[in-house]
Ligand binder design. Structure first.
Ligand SMILES: [Zn+2]
Length: 304
């Protein structure tokens, strides 16, 4: 026990100093991704930059466009012919940005620390003889975390198969080892009404914008009865075409969040009543579509 923990402390020190030695090129990697923000599934330059980074490092096998166009995988395996189970340790890099405000969530830093941890661990494993365990290192580049859910795609593509443990770090405004998870439901609400000239024959129309506004207001009123750690926030994506046309179609996009999955259906049902009642009041048809499976996301989803 004592021997192993001493070994662990020693390995951690070596790992940290190895990362320190690579600090400048890691900083440049992060800087390049930061300077050229790309949206979900379109992170072509970030993908190429990370592929270039691992290709220039020695000993990595790099699969560009791994399973998804802007995902990648880099693997390092111990030399020789290790007997027994080889523990496959994974690190994740994210690198997509937000529309309009770039890397506000700091996914360039996720790419940097994922690469740093992987390169540091590989370096220390390579230089240490007679370790009691055998370890291989896998880096997965996981795109589309601001929209869509690239990790869900990669899980469906079995990209995580064979990995024993996977690490990722997300920047936060506080120093914390663990950021609480949030259960999240993304939903699009579509109201279908009937167009009509807004001045000549307004009574012939069924106003989908009124439905969208009522929906927005219903949800705003609901907030007083929500638990303090629930969140409902959204936008009107389509609000009509021209002022002189009664809008026939509107669309809202909302995120519903609760601290646990157990509470999410309660909030979803409350929100659904808000969607339906706006349709009922205006005579519109309402359709709902969710974007992906309800998921537990790490703390960043709380913030963006
Ligand atoms: Zn984030």
């Amino acid at each position: 026990m004592g021997e192993n923990s001493e070994l662990l402390v020693d390995l951690k020190h070596k790992l940290c100093s190895s990362i320190d030695q690579s600090a400048e090129k890691l900083r440049m990697l992060s800087r390049d991704i930061w300077s050229c923000p790309e949206l979900a599934y379109h992170e072509h330059k970030a993908h190429d930059r990370l592929v270039e980074f691992f290709t220039q490092e020695t000993g990595w096998k790099v699969d560009s466009h791994f399973k998804l166009q802007t995902a990648f995988r880099a693997t390092w395996e111990p030399s020789g012919n290790p007997q027994g189970h080889v523990i496959n340790v994974g690190f994740l890099c994210e690198y997509d940005a937000l529309p309009g405000i770039g890397h506000a969530c700091g996914h360039n830093l996720i790419a940097e620390v994922g690469a740093a941890a992987a390169v540091g661990l590989k370096d220390v494993l390579e230089k240490t003889q007679n370790l009691p365990i055998h370890v291989q290192v896998t880096v997965l580049g996981t795109p589309a975390e601001e929209d869509g859910g690239g990790k869900i795609d990669l899980i469906n593509e079995r990209a995580f198969e064979g990995m024993d443990v996977v690490f990722m770090a997300h920047p936060s405004k506080e120093d914390a080892l663990y950021l609480p998870c949030v259960a999240e439901h993304d939903v699009t609400i579509k109201y279908h009404g009937k167009a009509s000239h807004a001045s000549a024959y307004p009574w012939e129309g069924v106003n989908a914008l009124d439905a969208a506004v009522l929906c927005y207001n219903n949800l705003s009123v609901l907030r007083q009865q929500m638990k303090p750690d629930w969140r409902v926030h959204g936008i009107i994506k389509h609000g009509g075409v021209k002022p002189n046309i009664i809008p026939a179609y509107t669309e809202l996009e909302y995120y519903l969040r609760t601290p646990t999955r157990a509470e999410l259906p309660v909030l979803k049902e409350k929100a659904a009543r808000c969607f339906r009642s706006a349709a009922e009041a205006t005579g519109c048809q309402v359709k709902r579509s969710q974007h992906s499976n309800d998921s537990n996301f790490t703390g960043d989803r709380r913030g963006v």
